[in-house]
Design a protein around this ligand. Structure first.
Ligand code: SF4
Length: 238
């Protein structure tokens, strides 16, 4: 792990102030064919989708269909594939895991306890993500420091212990304003939910609008007091 941490520190030094294109290019050269980008179709991910589709067509783009997404998210997958002439690989949960969970704990089990919510996130997100990342060396994400206090300490490059993979966050230092500027100037498609007060979009039953001044993750699992607003995908950055 120390050897790996030394490598991560060196990557961060090499890529100090690097643009997203430069950072992705760096890893795509080091690990050709072994970089994967996971998108949740949020605005950050849409900015990265455009970059990857136009500059790095061999990088796989994957998403997770939990079975509980907003209809707008499915529409955006379709529109994005058409616009950039790409294929977004969709990973689904293991049906046996979900059937056992729902039939023993209920369809909306996540409202009953933090443990139930984490079990649902594990079965609907983490298990399929693990399959999506398998065989890759670099996981590209759209995390930004500004999104929440939990993400404020995240670096451009990290080591993800859970999946034993290098995690690259090319937009880590971007502001919300920079994201929206890119969305508008590059005419990047985005979810209509953002215009209705949803800064962070996840599963429909677990996402709501936020008030002015609240951090962008506060609309996720809003009924939980004190729990970190993460589903487990990005636990290493907490
Ligand atoms: Fe389940 Fe909600 Fe997590 Fe989606 S966000 S996987 S519905 S607990």
């Amino acid at each position: 792990m120390d050897v790996m941490q030394n490598s991560i520190d060196q990557y961060n030094k090499d890529l100090l102030s690097a643009s997203p294109v430069r950072a992705i290019e760096y890893f795509n050269t080091l690990f050709p064919g072994q970089c994967v980008f996971s998108t949740s179709l949020g605005v950050e991910d849409q900015v990265l989708t455009r970059i990857i589709a136009s500059e790095f067509p061999t990088i796989r783009i994957v998403t997770l269909d939990t079975g509980r997404l907003f209809e707008e998210t499915y529409e955006l997958i379709h529109i994005t594939e058409l616009k950039y002439k790409i294929k977004i690989e969709v990973y689904f949960p293991d049906h046996t895991l979900v059937e056992n969970m729902v039939n023993s704990k209920g369809i909306n089990l996540f409202y009953d306890s933090v443990e139930n919510r984490k079990e649902c996130c594990h079965n609907r997100k983490i298990e399929p993500l693990t399959r999506a990342l398998k065989g890759s060396k670099v996981w590209i994400t759209g995390l930004r420091k500004e999104q929440s206090l939990a993400r404020a300490g995240v670096s451009l490059v990290n080591w993800d212990n859970t999946h034993s993979i290098i995690k690259l966050n090319p937009l880590i230092d971007w502001s919300e304003q920079e994201i929206w500027s890119a969305i508008h100037t590059k005419k990047i498609p985005y979810s209509s939910l953002h215009d209705k007060g949803f800064p962070s979009i996840g599963c429909r039953p677990c996402t709501r609008t936020v008030l002015p001044g609240e951090d962008s993750r506060s609309g996720r699992w809003w009924w939980e007091n004190g729990s970190k607003k993460e589903c487990g995908l990005h636990l290493n950055e907490e």
